[in-house]
Design a protein around this ligand. Structure first.
Ligand code: SF4
Length: 454
């Protein structure tokens, strides 16, 4: 925050615009949004906008910080351009030239960007770049999106596909691991690329992991022929980066399968490209209920007026919103940061759902914390804030074991017919449990229970 607008870089004109959106759209630009953002409204700082009906906010907000960033680095773009998601996608920062125009890159960042090849390219929307420090390479959001040389080191236990999704892939782009649900990988395209991405082997890539409608047809045919599948999670890449008409087509096809009860979308778009949540999009999504959404948040710095508006529009469309957050070393691995994020999400009608231990993808050691750190954070939140603001802390087990929740253990042991439990302040309390044995094994393991006769 301290230096976002004060780096020594001189203002620069807008770069040349690429002719078309490159990935995920099969060479076709998406259709125009219905709402033109010609006169964005200023956004009040109190809580009213979280609760107000969105019809009172017909245009997309632009925060003062984003306006200042636009004037400095994209002076030829109008506010309407800035608020147009297609403009944001076309003007993503993709390489060392684009990055050095905005950021004072460290030597490690510069070398890492120059050395990059293969999947998981650099990709940052101008909007999301406006949230990052221009000079501090340790700033949290910048660390999640600008590569450093540590990304090229491989530590013990790391893998390109740590969750063994490829082994559970039944047709290209469809992972069937759990009995009643499937993961539908819709596109390899994301509007931004997170350096810790579990699917770094495929996002931003073509070739083996190139996706298209013929592949979708095979996945749909598989789901149609498996009546045990009642829940389809659309992910990628990012499904909301698809053109609205293509996503509509896919949702319609899935909705038409009688045994599919429930659709979910996993997305980071409302966080990194919030202006994508157009009225046209929410009108379309409303037609496919029950539809749930998991939003990928990392840090409270992401809770801008723009993101508030995007979440409000999705919630007003009747879409239950949950969040997913990856625990990242030095980025969000403390109680204060995650507490602020989770409380901020609740206010925006997003229920914190999962806090993930970072998956051991290749080159992720600099992002991964100890497992104790996650438990410590959950322990630090429990009792100190609303239960709704505390997500499940999970490890997605390497090798395809699926999500395994971890909880700080509140069971102290037993004293006769009483179960002994520790509360959030550390005090021990008794619960009468005459028919149970639960907790007795702790006594058997010889733990001292000094309060047993208290
Ligand atoms: S948005 Fe999701 S799929 Fe895309 S790079 Fe980030 S973590 Fe990976």
């Amino acid at each position: 925050m301290k230096d976002r607008m004060t780096s020594g870089l001189a203002p620069a004109p807008v770069g040349a615009r690429p002719a078309s959106i490159e990935e995920g759209e099969e060479g076709r630009p998406p259709p125009s949004p219905v709402t033109a953002n010609t006169d964005p409204v200023a956004f009040p700082s109190n809580l009213r906008p979280f609760l107000a009906p969105t019809h009172r906010l017909p245009r997309f907000p632009v925060s003062p910080e984003a306006k200042s960033f636009r004037r400095r680095f994209f002076a030829e773009a109008s506010l309407a351009d800035w608020s147009d998601w297609r403009w944001q996608v076309r003007n993503r920062i993709r390489d060392a030239v684009g990055l050095t125009r905005l950021f004072s890159l460290s030597a490690l960042e510069h070398r890492a960007v120059e050395a990059h090849c293969g999947s998981l390219p650099v990709g940052i929307t101008p909007y999301y770049a406006s949230l990052m420090s221009l000079t501090d390479p340790d700033e949290p959001l910048r660390r999640t999106h600008i590569p450093v040389m540590a990304e090229y080191l491989e530590a013990a236990g790391e893998a390109t596909d740590p969750l063994s999704e490829d082994a559970d892939t039944v047709v290209p782009g469809l992972v069937h691991r759990y009995p009643d649900r499937v993961l539908f990988l819709t596109t390899p395209f994301c509007s931004t690329y997170c350096r810790y991405c579990t699917r770094s082997r495929m996002v931003g890539a073509a070739g083996e992991y190139a996706f298209g409608t013929s592949q979708w047809e095979r996945a749909i045919a598989y789901i149609e022929s498996h009546p045990e599948i009642r829940d389809v999670l659309l992910s990628g890449g990012d499904p909301l980066a698809l053109a609205t008409d293509k996503l509509d087509w896919l949702l319609k096809r899935l909705r038409a399968i009688p045994h599919v009860e429930f659709l979910r979308i996993g997305t980071k778009v409302p966080v990194v490209l919030p202006m994508r949540i157009t009225r046209e999009l929410t009108r379309m999504l409303k037609r496919h209920h029950p539809l749930w959404m998991s939003l990928h948040f990392t840090h409270p710095r992401e809770l801008t007026p723009e993101v508030t508006e995007a979440c409000g529009r999705l919630a007003d469309a009747g879409i239950p919103l949950g969040s997913q957050t990856v625990l990242l070393k030095g980025i969000n691995d403390d109680v204060a940061t995650l507490g602020q994020l989770f409380r901020g999400l609740l206010v925006r009608r997003v229920r914190p759902y999962y806090l993930y231990q970072c998956d051991p993808i290749k080159g992720s050691a600099h992002f991964r914390t100890s497992v104790e750190k996650g438990l410590e954070i959950i322990q630090g939140l429990r009792g100190h804030t609303s239960g709704y603001a505390i997500p499940s802390f999970v490890i997605d087990a390497p090798g395809g074991g699926g999500k395994i929740p971890l909880l700080p253990d509140p069971v102290v042991g037993r004293d006769g017919q009483d179960l002994l439990l520790r509360n959030y302040t550390g005090a021990v309390f008794r619960y009468p449990d005459p028919d149970g044995t639960f907790g007795g094994d702790k006594n058997a393991r010889g733990r001292a229970l000094p309060w047993a006769s208290a």
